[in-house]
Each structure stands twice: as structure tokens, then as C-alpha cells.
Design a protein around this ligand. Structure first.
Ligand SMILES: Cc1cc2nc3c(=O)[nH]c(=O)nc-3n(C[C@H](O)[C@H](O)[C@H](O)COP(=O)(O)OP(=O)(O)OC[C@H]3O[C@@H](n4cnc5c(N)ncnc54)[C@H](O)[C@@H]3O)c2cc1C
Length: 804
């Protein structure tokens, strides 16, 4: 087919994902779409994929996206006339150790909270479902009847056929070599066969995602590693309706392959084969790596003895896209408003149907139709895009794929990339670090004599009593928290106020020196970000957001900023350290180090000022997120160590204590302070989340204004409710809330123990008709416990403790 001069949309990449996007765009009535592929369709990773399609994920929306895939695969053959090889045979996943069984039970409960059809099975029931199973040493299994497998090449061709039939043009052997842009928009792509002007470009180039993004001057974190599976010779022992099978403890997956068995896995020791993908790479494979596969083969033989009796017919070792957390990259970045990324999929065959649908919605409606933050391209930033770091992270993510995912486990490597100026001194004081967005952050502090290592567990870890002590220090005395990793964005210029008024729910036309807790709201009234904004001067605002939210929030601001140069939006995270000094005795400490009057009258709650602290000039914000009096000090990084030392000396008499992020989370739960994205996200309005009182829906120019005015007058279908239980149970989120024995399809959002109140506290979106009732229970790994709903925070409901 000849290349057109112009197309409304250009999709780059003819793998299963690109073809699905083209198909779904056509389905939304956008058929002026050109798909260009550098080789032939499927000639990236797709042709050699195994084709397993699993749906259950850790969040409701991701599971919804995968379910959309299965719905599409069930009917695609009928609608296009092309075979897809879809077989809805179900899937069995077994647990061969106690912790895995706990993980599966928790996952099954989470699945139930999404309304997903998942069942627990005993080892003998699992054998009935999967007759080749050896049950010795098994604890149990999950059974998902709706899962299955597909033929990846046939599926891709079916999408392509359906897209072509609707008018999409597909041009093969046509590599995109350059991307032209003007300002914040891509205007054309330049291919081997000519130049095509366009309104929208989609980067669906799998493991080439980073390379393609760079053509447009954008960085995204798509990497790639080697991945292999084998196919045995045929045997009559394989029943035609055999389900797919996973034994994560043996790190293997298995799928029937027309009378044979296909076995692959996520082993240690994979490698990144190239620094740059060879320009002319076609559908070639790597040499089989038998040593690397040997432990998988051994595990497979133990669990499925028939495998060990069969000869290997085919060996596939191919490149697979991988991101730093093994999830794909979808959406737009801060640099360009019309370059959509949909790449880096390590389970792209399973996800393509749902991802194509979401991406088409995103392009046509400006919104994917659901909160896709766990897949959002902006969850990674400059730190992840450093090649040496990305390379190690993707290998780590690969090796982690079937490891036990304990809620308190932390990434093993690479570590130490971004460090606060206090890192070393905190380490010497017992800090046990976790990592977020490349930052090392102190989770908790091991007191002298205690090993500064945390055991991974689903239960209470060895850190529990020490986190409790930190919690109590803040409630009863004073704590200091290093929150340097918080992302900070400055918005300046004559148009700064208008931009903040457009994007934030609260009225930000406040006097310089005011601090406002608010949400950035999208056109649907959904919460894009939860931030504190300080008006530092008439034309200068400081926005403080979560450690991993900076790129996301900055993009949202830029997308809504005028392009007349009247506003500058700048990430200033690295310039400023942050220390939070909080607790009833915080004032006693900071007053010793400053000429500034920190009293309530002179320095009111939710105000900010330039101040001195020790020998440093600082920005002092009278805010904390722990429900006690305190200040957040923004300190130029080079002064951080000096200020910290002086705080410790000044606070010695008050018993000042280092406090980590875990204690902060427990403190905020007692105050019912919702956290983005755990409790609130772009699917939730401030009214649903209990944040409506801070919103000014009638504010002129507010992007979310029309949506909010409508939402204000409606009863939300679900509302964020806060609960507690005094049961001796450890919750992490993902549990199920029930009422009077009825499943409310309400999954727990965030959960943790509150040491002051001595209960476990959690949040969930509950259907409006049940939100004000009683007789609640929470189901944790299959067991139910009584729970109480609370209208007000359990600790200091009147907010008296904010005063000094
Ligand atoms: C051994 C193995 C087993 C797997 N098993 C499964 C499985 O069971 N289930 C599952 O869901 N996933 C599986 N996967 C992963 C799956 O293969 C990928 O997730 C999926 O194929 C990604 O599809 P894609 O369309 O994003 O990328 P690709 O299929 O790689 O397509 C990207 C396309 O972009 C083209 N392209 C790149 N640059 C340009 C350019 N500049 N101009 C034009 N075109 C360009 C490439 O040629 C390529 O065809 C497996 C992978 C491997 C290696």
C-alpha cells in the first residue's frame, strides 16, 4: 500500500498492541489511521510469544483492562472472520509454600472485591482441573475459569484485518526514522517511504519504545531482556481442554500447545542482549541458554512429571519488552501533548485487547476512561531513564516476576541512586531504607542493638514495635522526618495564578504566604493529584506532591498551561531538602533555632514564610500530614546536614526521634488523610472522597467546573469510607468489605495499624446505600472480621492538636 501524505493518526508498530490500537480506533469511528511497521506485522516480540492470557491483577482497573482483552478475544474471530486461536480453558495457579498460599488467598479476596470470578481450590481439586499435576507439597491453588490462551500471530492478523476493513491503512517495511514537532505537538513522521503529516502519533513499538520516543525528544523507560520457553513433542497425555498452569514457586508457566506442552518461566540470570537494538533485526531468536533454563525444567518436571518424559521439539529464546516494574507504559509525557505511548508490555498478548481499547478512548476522548496510574508512562522519570539503571531494573523486574510479593519487601538492586544529603547520617542512626522513584527513603529506624534489616512477611514484621515507638514520639513528643524525596514544582509568571485556578479545586487566589491543601482535577472532576500549594509571591506558587508523582503532576499542569510564555512550570525537587518537625513538642525545638516567631498567632496553621533555622535560610510551611503541630522546612540541599544536626541537639531534651515513612503512614491513617493514589485517584471526585468542602466548583475558568457542578448535585454511586477493626489481623490493602454478610464488591484501598488508637484502620469505596450503615466486616485472606465505620478521624477528630 502506498504511503499517504497525511493521516489523522499514525500508529508506529505492527505488533499485537499497535494492531489492537488501530482496530479500536476504527471501532470508535476514527478510521483515518495509518499503521506503519518497519518489517512485517508481528515481527517484533509478538510472533514468538507463548500466548497465555491471564486476567487477575492487583488492582480493579488493571483487572478490568485484562477482562476487556478476553471479551474482545472471545468475539474477534466472529467479527473479523479471522481465526485467533482463542481457547478459554481457564487457568490454575498453585502454591507450594505457606507464604505463597497466603499470597494466593489474598489475591483471590482482592479479585472478589473487583467482582472477578476466581476460586480457591484444594490440591486434589487442582488436580481434577489440571490432571497432569503432581500435588505433593502443595498448599492449594486458584482457579480462574475465564482465562485462556490465544495464537499471538493470528490475533494480530485478526486485529489488522478488522482495522483494514474499517478503513485503516497498514504499511509494512516502512520504518519511522524521524518525528517532526512544533512546540508541544508532533506534526509529522518521516519514514523510509516518505513523510506523513498527522494530528496524533502512537508509539506502539514494544521494546523499541525508548528509541521511538527519543525520535521526538522524549524519554520513556522501556527496556528489554531475553526470555525463553520450550515446546515438547506431542503426546496423547495432553487433554484438549487442559487449562493453562502456573507454579510461581518453581517459577514456571505452562500452556497446552496442540497436543504438546509449552513451558517457560521467569528465571534468574537473564540478560539485556544489546545496548542498542540492531537496526535490521528481524524475526530472529537468540541461541537457547540451556544452563539458564535447567532450574525451570527441573521445577516443571517435579510439578508436571509428564513434561520430564517428553523430548523438546522447539526452543524459543526471544527479546521481551520489560519496564522497571514489569508493567507497560501508557499515556503522554510532559513534553508532547499528542504523542501517546503504549509500549514496554511484557504481557502484551494478554493486555492488547484492553490496552487498545483504553488507548483509543484516550486519543478520542482525551481520557482512557479509567484510572490507569499503575500503567502510566509518567510513573517513571529521569532517574529511571538513565540507561545503566534501566538495564539493571528491568533484569530485576524480570527475576521478580514470580517471586513472592510481600507488602513490605523492597527492591534488592539497583539501589542508592538518589540520596538525601542526610542519607549517610540516617544510615548510621539505624535507618532501614526503602526506595521510591530512585530515592532512598528511611522506612523505619532500628534502635541500637537491633539488626537494621526487615524480614519480608505478610504478617507483622520485626519492624513493628520500632515503628510503633516512632509513631508515639510524634503523638507525645517530637519527631523529625526526612521528606526530601517529595516532588516540588514551581509555577511562576504572570499566568501562574490563572493556571492554578484552572487546574486546582480550591481557590488559590489567596494572599502570598498562604498554604492550601487541594487536588488537581481533570475534566471529569476526577482527582489527578493531591497536593499542597503555597503562594510564595503574587506570581510564584510552590506545589508539593508525592515522591513518585512529580512527572505526572507537572505534565498535567503543562497540558493545561497556555503556550504564550506567560507561565513557567519547573521541577525544583533536587534543589530542596525537606525536614518535617512534628509533635506537641516540635515548637520547643524549632524555637531554639530561629529568630522567627513560631507561635500560633504569628505563624498560623496553613501559612508559610521565609525563616531562619539554625544557620540556614529556609522556607517554613506550617503543615504536617500526621495530625499534630509541626512544620515542613524546605531547606536548600547544602544546608540540610547542618540543620539536621542542630535539630537533634536542640531536641535532645525533648527526646526528638528520627521517624520513618511507615510511622508517617500510620499517623495519617488515624487522621483519615487520604493518600493519592492509594485512596484517591482520577476515577474519584472530591465529593466521593470526602474532600468536597475544599472545592470551589463555581470558580471561573476551572477545568473541572462543569463536571463538579453536576457531581455536587448527584449522589455518588460509591463513597470513600473509613473503618477500623480491633481483630488481630494484618491488612495491607486489597481486602474485601462486606455488610450484613453481603459482599459489597468494595476493596480496601489503604490499611495499616494505628498505634495511638490500638486498631487497624482502613479505607474503601462503599456503595452509597450501604455507606451509612453498620454490621460491616472485612475479609482478609478468606477470613472475616468485624469492622466499625467512622464518620470522623479516630484521633483528634476536632483538629485541636494542629495548634502549638
Ligand atoms: C518467549 C516469549 C514468550 C512470551 N509469552 C507471552 C505470553 O504468553 N503472553 C503475553 O501476554 N505475552 C508474552 N510475551 C510478551 C509479548 O511477546 C509482548 O508483550 C508483546 O508481543 C508486545 O507486543 P507489542 O506490539 O507491544 O510489541 P512488538 O510485537 O515488538 O511490536 C512492536 C513493533 O514495532 C515495530 N517498530 C519498532 N520501531 C519501529 C519504527 N521506528 N518504525 C516502524 N515500526 C517500528 C517493530 O518492528 C515491531 O514489529 C512473550 C515474549 C517472549 C519473548
Amino acid at each position: 500500500m502506498a504511503l499517504p501524505d497525511r493521516s489523522r493518526v499514525v500508529v508506529i508498530g505492527g505488533g499485537v498492541v499497535g494492531c489492537s490500537i488501530a482496530y479500536h480506533l476504527a471501532g470508535r469511528g476514527w478510521s483515518d489511521v495509518l499503521l506503519v511497521e518497519r518489517k512485517n506485522l508481528t515481527h517484533g516480540s509478538t510472533w514468538h510469544a507463548a500466548g497465555l492470557v491471564g486476567q487477575l491483577r492487583g488492582s480493579s482497573n488493571l483487572t478490568r483492562l485484562m477482562r476487556k482483552s478476553v471479551e474482545t478475544y472471545r468475539t474477534l474471530e466472529e467479527s473479523t472472520g479471522c481465526a485467533t486461536g482463542w481457547r478459554g480453558v481457564g487457568s490454575v495457579r498453585v502454591a507450594a509454600c505457606a507464604d505463597r498460599w497466603e499470597e494466593l488467598k489474598r489475591l483471590a479476596t482482592a479479585g472478589k472485591s473487583f467482582g472477578f470470578d476466581v476460586h480457591l481450590a484444594s490440591p486434589s481439586e487442582a488436580k481434577e482441573l489440571f490432571p497432569l499435576l503432581e500435588t505433593d507439597g502443595l498448599y492449594g491453588a486458584t482457579w480462574v475459569p475465564g482465562d485462556g490462551y490465544v495464537d499471538p500471530s493470528q490475533l494480530t492478523q485478526a486485529f489488522a484485518t478488522g482495522a483494514r476493513a474499517a478503513g485503516v491503512r497498514i504499511v509494512q517495511n516502512c520504518r519511522v526514522e524521524a518525528v517532526e514537532r512544533r512546540g508541544r505537538r508532533v506534526t509529522a513522521v518521516v519514514t523510509e517511504q516518505g513523510r506523513v503529516e498527522c494530528d496524533v502519533v502512537v508509539n506502539a513499538t514494544g521494546m523499541w519504545g525508548t528509541e521511538t520516543a527519543r525520535l521526538a525528544g522524549v524519554d520513556v523507560a522501556a527496556g528489554m531482556v531475553e526470555h525463553q520457553y520450550v515446546v515438547t513433542e506431542k503426546t496423547p497425555e495432553v487433554p484438549p481442554d487442559l487449562p493453562t498452569f502456573r507454579d510461581p514457586d518453581a517459577r514456571i508457566y505452562l500452556k497446552p500447545e496442540t497436543g504438546a506442552l509449552l513451558v517457560g518461566g521467569w528465571e534468574d540470570g537473564t540478560r539485556v542482549p544489546w545496548r542498542t537494538i540492531p537496526r535490521d533485526l528481524g524475526p530472529e531468536l537468540f541461541t537457547p541458554d540451556m544452563d539458564r533454563f535447567a532450574p525451570l525444567a527441573e521445577g516443571a518436571t517435579t510439578r508436571v512429571p509428564a513434561f520430564g518424559d517428553l523430548g523438546i521439539q522447539t526452543w524459543v529464546n526471544g527479546p521481551i519488552p520489560f519496564s522497571p516494574d514489569a508493567e507497560p507504559l501508557m499515556g503522554v509525557t510532559e513534553g508532547l501533548d499528542n504523542l501517546f505511548h503504549c509500549c514496554g508490555f511484557s504481557a502484551g498478548v494478554a493486555a492488547a485487547g484492553g490496552a487498545g481499547d483504553a488507548m483509543a478512548n484516550w486519543i478520542v476522548d482525551g481520557d482512557p476512561g479509567m484510572d490507569l496510574w499503575p500503567f502510566d508512562v509518567r510513573r517513571f522519570g529521569a532517574s529511571h531513564n538513565v540507561p545503566a539503571y534501566l538495564e539493571q531494573r528491568v533484569v530485576g523486574a524480570y527475576e521478580n516476576y514470580y517471586r513472592l510479593h510481600y507488602p513490605n519487601s523492597e527492591l534488592a538492586a539497583p539501589r542508592g541512586q538518589r540520596r538525601s544529603p542526610l542519607h549517610d547520617v540516617l544510615l548510621s542512626r539505624g535507618a532501614v531504607f526503602g526506595t521510591k522513584y530512585g530515592w532512598e527513603r528511611a522506612n523505619w529506624f532500628a534502635p541500637p542493638g537491633v539488626d537494621p534489616v526487615e524480614e519480608p512477611t505478610f504478617g507483622r514484621s520485626n519492624a513493628w514495635p520500632h515503628i510503633g515507638e516512632e509513631h508515639r514520639a510524634v503523638r507525645e513528643g517530637v519527631g523529625v522526618v526526612d521528606r526530601t524525596s517529595l516532588a516540588k514544582v514551581e509555577i511562576s509568571g504572570p499566568g501562574a495564578l490563572a493556571l492554578m485556578q484552572r487546574t486546582a479545586g480550591a481557590d488559590l487566589d489567596v494572599a502570598p504566604g498562604r498554604v492550601v491543601h487541594t487536588q488537581l482535577l481533570n475534566v471529569r472532576g476526577g482527582i489527578e493529584a493531591d497536593v499542597t500549594v503555597t503562594r510564595l509571591a503574587e506570581e510564584l506558587f510552590l506545589l508539593v506532591t508525592g515522591s513518585a508523582s512529580g512527572r505526572h503532576d507537572l505534565t498535567f499542569l503543562l497540558q493545561n498551561a497556555p503556550d504564550d510564555g506567560s507561565v513557567t512550570v519547573r521541577d525544583v525537587t533536587s534543589a530542596w531538602g525537606v525536614l518535617e518537625v512534628c509533635g506537641p513538642r516540635a515548637g520547643d525545638v524549632v524555637r531554639q533555632l530561629s529568630r522567627c516567631d513560631f507561635g500560633d498567632h504569628a505563624f498560623g496553621f496553613m501559612t508559610a514564610r521565609e525563616a531562619d533555622l539554625g544557620f540556614a535560610p529556609v522556607r517554613a510551611l506550617r503543615v504536617t500530614c500526621v495530625g499534630e503541630a509541626g512544620w515542613q522546612f524546605h531547606i536548600p540541599t547544602e544546608y540540610m546536614r547542618g540543620v539536621y544536626d542542630q535539630l537533634l541537639a536542640a531536641g535532645a531534651e525533648s527526646g526528638i526521634r528520627d521517624v520513618g515513612w511507615r510511622a508517617v503512614d500510620s499517623l495519617r491513617l488515624e487522621k483519615q488523610i487520604p493518600l493519592w493514589p492509594a485512596d484517591i485517584g482520577s476515577d474519584h471526585s472530591p465529593y466521593q472522597a470526602g474532600l468536597g468542602s475544599g472545592v470551589r466548583p463555581d470558580k471561573p475558568g476551572l477545568l473541572a467546573g462543569p463536571a463538579l457542578r453536576k457531581l455536587r448535585d448527584e449522589r455518588p454511586a460509591k463513597r470513600l469510607c473509613w473503618f477500623s477493626t480491633d481483630a488481630d489481623v494484618v491488612m495491607h490493602g486489597g481486602e474485601l468489605v462486606t455488610r450484613a454478610g453481603t459482599d459489597l464488591a468494595a476493596g480496601v484501598r489503604s490499611a495499616g495499624y494505628g498505634w495511638t488508637v490500638g486498631r487497624t484502620i482502613f479505607s474503601a469505596y462503599v456503595p452509597e446505600e450501604s455507606a451509612h450503615g453498620s454490621a460491616f466486616q472485612v475479609e482478609v485472606a478468606g477470613r472475616r472480621f468485624d469492622a466499625t465505620r467512622h464518620d470522623a478521624p479516630l484521633h483528634d477528630p476536632d483538629g485541636k492538636n494542629f495548634r502549638t
